[in-house]
Design a protein around this ligand. Structure first.
Ligand code: AMP
Length: 269
């Protein structure tokens, strides 16, 4: 595996590859990331993984500081997976050139965008930069971060003529794998697992109920908050395609974000 740290070196290395799959990450490689890498390896000749903890998408300094990092462990895992390229740029390199700024529209300021001000503008900014540098044929992203996937598709897929491959959420004991899970203690992991199981059941029950609108999510939200001593930012049914609230005309998902022991977890079912 070639480890590339600068845009200059990256241009030299991958300029001539037409069939490359790109998996952007913030490191702390887990089975969720691995599933994206495997999808790329199945479809593309070569795979490039980036590890970049992007400062502009953190709306709280402390969250950025405590984000789990372990580059040596990540390198060992990626080598084992036979990834061809790892790109680990510095913030200076990524932000050294001028690039378009992205503004969300009013209709986009929902779910995480409502609670993490500036987060998705930061995500779109860095994705635009990474995709400008890497120019891959395919991009692999996880459904765990569904709103992120939706916004990247809408704002960037046309510009880069890239195929965006959405990959299903990988869970263990019902919990969606996330680098942030490393910040949880055993007790919180157990709670998160029970919460995830409960939410999966709610989604299932909602499908059986004729009037989904009448489904009382507020009741379940309060019940969970009380039982597990958590703060739920949102618990909402939204349309899979346009993320409209309680739009049960086509496929929908149950979206959740909550804080447990100062760690923010998100998922969708
Ligand atoms: P991150 O390193 O958390 O920024 O995630 C990098 C990519 O991996 C994103 O496209 C995520 O949606 C995806 N991802 C993270 N966790 C999972 C998971 N549990 N299952 C599938 N994809 C995931």
């Amino acid at each position: 595996m070639k480890i590339i740290t600068s845009i200059f070196d990256l241009n030299k290395e991958i300029k001539n590859y037409k069939n490359i799959g790109f998996v952007p990450t913030m490191g702390g490689i887990h089975e969720g990331h691995k599933s994206l890498i495997k999808a790329s390896q199945n479809k593309n000749k070569k795979t490039i993984v980036s590890i970049f903890v992007n400062p502009t998408q953190f709306n709280k300094k402390n969250d950025f500081k405590k984000y789990p990092r372990n580059i040596q462990r990540d390198i060992a895992i990626l080598k084992k997976l036979k990834v061809e390229y790892l790109f680990t740029p510095s913030a200076k390199d990524i932000y050294q050139f001028k690039a378009k700024k992205f503004n969300l529209q009013k209709k986009d300021k929902i779910l995480c965008a409502k609670y993490r001000i500036g987060h998705f503008e930061g995500v779109l900014n860095v994705m635009n930069r990474l995709m400008t540098i890497i120019k891959s044929k395919d991009l692999y992203m996880g459904e765990k971060d569904y709103q992120q996937l939706n916004l990247v598709k809408r704002f960037l897929s046309k510009k880069f003529k890239v195929r965006i491959n959405s990959c299903p959420t990988i869970r263990i004991n019902n919990i969606a794998l996330s680098t942030r899970n490393k910040l949880l203690n055993k007790r919180s992991i157990k709670k998160a697992s029970e919460i995830a199981f409960f939410l999966k059941e709610i989604k299932h029950k909602s499908k059986l109920q004729a009037s989904k609108i009448a489904f009382n999510l507020q009741y379940y939200k309060e019940k969970l908050e009380k039982k597990y001593n958590i703060k739920i930012d949102y618990l909402e049914f939204r349309d899979e395609k346009n993320l409209k609230l309680n739009n049960f005309k086509s496929k929908y998902r149950l979206f959740v974000a909550y804080n447990i022991d100062n760690v923010r977890l998100i998922d969708n079912y």
